[in-house]
Design a protein around this ligand. Structure first.
Ligand code: WT7
Length: 650
């Protein structure tokens, strides 16, 4: 960004107070902010007592060697014991932990007692394969109960897992196996995707031909689809054959709070993927507390559903470690939202009586595009809290989510965090905060976040700049695996002593925080820094626009010119004068400075597999450059489609 701070253009003023019944019975009230403000470390020490420790920590934070934090360093615990066994010991063994829903419609309910048996067997199985404490295990799986079981089995024996998203290529898998130096890979024959079995094992076989993967001794294969699998004798082992003959009792060993729990590679739109390292005690404390606070989870009655893939941090923290440490009952769904029909998600909400739903803005906008009548055909009255994560949620998408999914009654919590932060950092609390559509608003109790200018000074209310985290937090990344210097350079060098998140943000006149997209995506137009998010939100607030992606293209007059790619609602047919009308609409919403120079209707937008728009590629198109790397796109043909539209532009 230039020295001009981010322009504060959007003036969304709607507010939604917490419903009285949520406020009256909320897990966390306004008192938590006061307690944390009074003594932040005492507050986190208190939250750590949510967990069961073999040795309770006397220390809270060791920040003697910043930016390398140690939380609860003299405490010892077993993460899997906290997520499974202790609930059985407390008499909740019969409670369903996971309602698994397969894409073809098969289902399986797994109680906490059963989960304990399965995790115990899998832990023995890994030990039999020679996996020792500290060895890394790669997990390359579809969304299956065994995926969760495998992660917990690793945690149980102190073997850090590295989950690689099941749709990544053999090359991506090989690079991650090599960087983490994994010794065992857990995978499956395949999984169901868009109505058909889709193979996974061949990608593992291919990855293991690469020299960097030479240290992998065994491949443990879960049988899901029953399809034919190529087999390497002596290396490959069936999960069911190995686990079935293991004892169902396993004594969990306690590890240091700072024992590595997992490595997770950021999808990264640029550069080599970074292996984000998370450890045990602080991580579990924060994901457990935030899941309890932000979703107001009542384990006896709620049915929680996070639609993310376990291959992303959202799945790690809010499918596996947060919900299970809290003894929640949750839904785990294998497939795509539109198989076999566009209402599949809402059918699942109805079937299991889901009370809390956590999903991403990209999914919400897709559902908006499919039409209001799709969710209207199902009974969604069980829902009481809705969550959003992954990118800024446009106010119109927020309003649609609340109205058409939440029956105009549920709070919507817009949760800001990152792979690096491990857990939720900024979010409304459903029983406390008067919610503003499109804003994550307030740092959670115990979290210190603000917006700073180019010099690292906090901005005044009503101004924009960069999001910064000004105090360490329990679930923070500890380093980038094998590269401490890159950890320092990436996050701690922009502003001394402060964590740089890489996101643009602003404070509104009441001091609430609005996230405005990655700093790389901020545009410079005639000396003004303008957020792509705000222009996109203005476009999406027009009734003809379903989705929008905005980029700044090099321009001789204005430095950058705003260029918008839009998907039209109700078919792509573009009526006479529509582009002019859209430009005028943005000017009216945000001011003339934000008026796009070009608006290009397209059929699809380029997205990463985690649903983020790849603006970098759109910038290549807008600047008539050759396209950069398209390998992390969900569908690489999208770019050809967009380029074929180009002659009609401007
Ligand atoms: C980046 C982190 C957090 C788990 C999923 C993504 C963006 C995330 C929000 C939000 C605005 C958001 C940020 C952040 N982001 N949540 N509620 N509002 N932006 O994890 O892949 O590590 O991405 O996602 O840009 O830095 P990730």
């Amino acid at each position: 960004m230039s020295n001009e701070s981010l322009a504060n253009l959007m003036t969304e003023t709607r507010k939604f107070a917490p419903p009285a019944e949520v406020a009256a019975d909320a897990n966390v009230t306004a008192a938590a902010y006061e307690a944390a403000a009074e003594d932040r470390l005492a507050f986190w020490a208190e939250q750590a007592r949510r967990l069961s420790w073999e040795t309770a920590p006397a220390q809270t934070l060791d920040w003697s060697n910043p930016p390398f934090a140690k939380w609860f360093a003299d405490g010892r615990l077993n993460v899997a014991y906290n997520c499974v066994d202790r609930h059985v010991e407390a008499g909740h063994g019969d409670r369903v932990a996971i309602h698994f829903e397969g894409e073809p419609g098969d289902s399986r309910a797994i109680t906490y007692a059963e989960l304990r048996r399965e995790v115990s067997r899998a832990a023995h199985a890994l030990t039999e394969l020679g996996v020792a404490t500290g060895d890394r295990v790669a997990i390359y799986m579809p969304m299956l109960p065994e995926t969760v079981i495998a992660m917990l089995a690793c945690a149980r024996i102190g073997a850090p897992h590295s989950v690689v998203f099941g749709a990544f290529s053999a090359d991506a898998l090989a690079a991650r196996i090599e960087d983490a130096d994994a010794r065992v890979v857990i995978t499956s024959d395949g999984g169901y995707r868009r109505g058909a079995p889709s193979a996974l094992k061949p990608a593992v076989d291919e990855a293991l031909t690469r020299p960097g993967a030479a240290n992998v001794r065994n491949v443990l294969v879960v049988r899901r689809t029953g399809q034919d699998v190529p087999w390497t004798e002596g290396r490959d082992v069936w999960w069911h054959e190995l686990t079935e003959r293991q004892p169902e009792e396993h004594t969990p060993e306690a590890f240091d709070a700072e024992h590595p729990l997992f490595i997770l590679y950021t999808s990264g739109t640029t550069g080599r993927p970074k292996g984000i390292l998370h450890t045990s005690g602080g991580y579990l404390t924060q994901v457990s507390y935030t899941h309890h606070a932000v979703f107001d989870l009542k384990p006896e009655t709620d049915v929680f559903w996070c639609t993310a893939d376990v291959g992303w941090v959202t799945g790690h923290s809010y499918i596996v470690y947060g919900p299970l440490s809290n003894g929640a009952t949750q839904v785990l769904y294998e497939g795509t939202p539109n198989t076999p029909h566009n209402g599949r998600w809402w059918e699942i909400v109805q079937k299991y009586g889901v009370t809390i739903l956590y999903t991403a803005p990209t999914a919400i906008r897709t559902c908006m595009k499919w039409g209001d009548d799709v969710p209207a055909a199902f009974n969604l009255e069980s829902l009481r809290i809705l969550g959003s994560v992954g990118e800024p949620i446009n106010p119109e998408a927020w309003i649609w989510y609340r109205k058409h999914i939440g029956g105009d009654r549920t709070p919507v919590v817009d949760t800001w965090w990152q792979t690096e932060t491990g857990g939720i950092m900024i979010s409304p609390l459903p029983g406390v905060t008067a919610a503003k559509p499109g804003a994550a608003q307030v740092p959670l109790p115990g979290i210190a976040a603000t917006v700073v200018d180019d010099n690292g000074a906090e901005v005044a209310n009503g101004s924009g700049g960069y999001l910064a985290l000004t105090e360490p937090w329990p679930s923070m990344l500890r380093t980038i695996w094998g590269d401490d210097q890159r950890y320092i350079d990436t996050y701690w060098s922009r502003f001394p002593g402060v964590y740089f998140a890489g996101d643009g943000a602003k404070k509104d006149t009441e001091g609430d925080i609005w996230l405005l997209g990655r700093v790389d995506d901020v545009m410079l137009v005639s000396g003004h820094n303008i957020s792509t998010t705000e222009v996109e939100s203005a476009l999406v607030s027009h009734p003809r626009i379903a989705e929008a992606a905005v980029v700044g293209a090099t321009d001789p007059q204005t430095t950058q010119a705003i260029c918008a790619f839009v998907i039209l609602r109700g078919g792509a047919a573009e009526e006479e004068g529509l582009v002019e009308e859209l430009r005028a609409h943005v000017a009216k919403e945000l001011g003339p400075i934000a008026k796009p120079k070009r608006i290009l209707p397209v059929d699809e937008l380029p997205k990463t597999r985690s649903g983020k728009i790849m603006r970098r590629l759109l910038r290549d198109v807008a600047e008539n450059r050759e396209l950069g790397d398209v390998t992390t796109l969900t569908d690489s043909t999208v770019m050809e489609l967009i380029q074929s539209k180009l002659p009609t532009a401007s």
